[in-house]
Design a protein. Structure first.
Length: 482
């Protein structure tokens, strides 16, 4: 990688780690905030890819800090870590807990990014086999996946996808005719900005949760003997770690789902496995900490698979990062991008760099880094609101500040309503992101293929079988991420 790309990956790592450590933040917020500066990277798109990828990876590692030190997860995916990590802190074993968590996350992140790196070049030899019916089926499968697996009520999941597709239909149709512009074609012709949708759905409602959360922080210092023990036990518990990584990678690969809730699945399985420690679960059991931590970055690696191969986001964070990368000129899902070796080197190079650097930084400076938790939450909340509003108005180059501000408040209220009525927000965002694709491919499928030509294609049959299996087994995984 070029020095400039390494530099921006380094800066993205620091930024992502900082945001990740703050309670109730997570990679979604970290990426949404980058829309406010994306326009400044038009002349250096590869540097922006490095910065955003590193930020997402580092933020995932940083999410563990709040759960371990103060019992408030940095993101939903770190909630299972909190169950065992915070009791260890109360016993004076915080350095051990954070070392165990970040070492596990780092190892599994590295292990499970390798299949993605290996598969991408192989995929180029078979990309010509994926025609319109195959891509259309994968899109529909992603809608089914996010509807069944991110909501305890499948009907609400399907309604959420429909809402997202409806929002994506605002602006113009596939031939350029204006539709659903509500009397303001100048503003709505290009559609609703993905920044406004993502901010309203995932940023502002979560800040309200942080506002209501009581945070109590006691100063922590690094205990290098405990850190050494944590690193050692992360390797000793490799079976639990690998279990979490395998589950995270598998569910991360499911288009649209992204593995939400899979950390609880791995935690539940870990409680049934053969143990090396006698500490009861819920009181600081190392096995219960390692299993969900194995999910985190392995799930990130898995989510890159459908995103880069097909342009169908594997999770919420890839939905957002797709918008960022497309903003600076990369057509995610286009086959030519997989032939751009510099792009692929930037994505995976910055992923690996951020993972290694974040783990080393977390191990060496665990105590000092935890002081970030002392930042007044109200200052953080106000700052995030201001920056996200700036991101919303800057994407249109400040040409429609009033309209963007109104939409910012409307979709924030919409996000609150979805959270209150437990309507899957990931499903809405996925429907919005893939709205134009599903419309375009549906028209082409109808015009160019007969039903028998579609249903007898081998890949389509495989997708149908997977869909049936998902319908059957989705009830086994109770996830309600709204």
């Amino acid at each position: 990688m070029d020095f400039s790309i390494i530099l921006w990956a380094f800066l993205g790592t620091l930024y992502g780690l900082f945001i990740g450590i703050i309670p109730s933040s997570g990679s979604n917020k970290a990426l949404i905030l980058l829309f406010s500066v994306a326009s400044y990277f038009w002349g250096m798109p590869y540097e922006f890819v490095a910065f955003s990828t590193a930020a997402a990876v580092a933020c995932t590692v940083g999410d563990s800090f709040a759960g371990v030190y103060i019992g408030v997860p940095g993101a939903n995916s770190a909630a299972a870590t909190m169950v065992e990590g915070f009791p260890l802190t109360k016993k004076g074993r915080s350095s051990y807990a954070i070392a165990l968590a970040v070492t596990t996350s780092g190892i599994q992140g590295l292990v499970w990014v390798l299949p993605v790196i290996i598969i991408l070049p192989v995929y180029l030899n078979f990309v010509h086999l994926l025609m319109i019916p195959e891509i259309w089926c994968v899109i529909i499968f992603s809608f089914l996946s996010v509807s069944l697996l991110t909501s305890s009520n499948p009907l609400k999941g399907f309604v959420a996808v429909a809402l997202g597709i409806g929002l994506g239909a605002i602006g113009s149709d596939v031939v350029g005719n204006a539709r659903f512009v509500f009397g303001h074609p100048d503003y709505f012709y290009d559609g609703v900005s993905v920044v406004i949708i993502a901010t309203g759905l995932f940023c502002i409602p979560e800040l309200w949760e942080l506002w209501k959360t009581k945070i109590s922080y006691e100063r922590q210092s690094s205990n290098f003997q405990q850190i050494k023990e944590g690193i050692r036990d992360a390797f000793r518990l490799w079976r639990h770690s690998f279990l979490g990584g395998a589950i995270g990678f598998f569910y991360g690969c499911l288009p649209g789902y992204g593995g939400m809730g899979s950390e609880w699945l791995s935690y539940g399985i870990a409680t049934k496995m053969k143990r090396k420690f006698d500490t009861p679960f819920g009181e600081g059991a190392p096995e219960g900490l390692v299993a969900p931590e194995g999910v985190n970055n392995a799930g990130k690696a898995g989510a890159l698979m459908p995103t880069l191969l097909l342009g169908i986001p594997g999770s919420t964070w890839t939905m957002i990062i797709m918008g960022l990368w497309q903003f600076v000129g990369f057509g995610i899902g286009e086959s030519y991008l997989l032939e751009d070796q510099k792009f692929l080197n930037t994505v995976f190079g910055s992923y690996i760099f951020a993972l290694l650097f974040t783990v080393m930084l977390s191990l060496c400076l665990a105590g000092p880094l935890s002081t970030i938790l002392r930042i007044n939450k109200y200052i953080f909340i106000v700052t995030i609101i201001c920056v996200t509003w700036w991101a919303c108005i800057s994407t249109n180059f400040y040409s429609s500040v009033l309209e963007d501000t109104i939409m910012f408040f409307l979709f924030s209220a919409f996000g609150f309503a979805c959270k209150y009525y437990r309507i899957s927000r990931p499903a809405i965002l996925l429907g919005f992101i893939l709205s134009s694709k599903v419309e375009e491919y549906s028209y082409q499928l109808y015009d160019m293929y007969e039903f028998n030509q579609v249903i007898t294609r081998p890949f389509v049959i495989v997708v149908i079988v997977l869909a049936i299996l998902m319908v059957i087994f989705s009830r086994k995984i109770k996830v309600d991420y709204v």
